[in-house]
Design a protein. Structure first.
Length: 65
């Protein structure tokens, strides 16, 4: 299973430019996020990552039960 950096409230994170995965700590929903700089402004786009979501949710169930 892929490892996810544990994000903490208020902490700055330096993401990867492409393919950065962000997981919700409560429900395990994972999104793949891509970033770019366009006309001197940061932009990002988000895609749902169903396979990664399934993997992390299975792991969450194993740890709780």
């Amino acid at each position: 299973m892929a490892r996810y950096e544990e994000a903490k409230a208020g902490r700055w994170i330096q993401p990867l430019r492409r393919g950065y995965k962000l997981a919700c700590c409560d429900c395990g929903l994972v999104h793949r996020v891509d970033f770019r700089v366009f006309k001197a402004r940061v932009q990002f786009r988000v895609f749902h990552a169903p396979r990664s979501t399934g993997q992390i949710r299975r792991h969450m169930r194993q740890r709780s039960g």
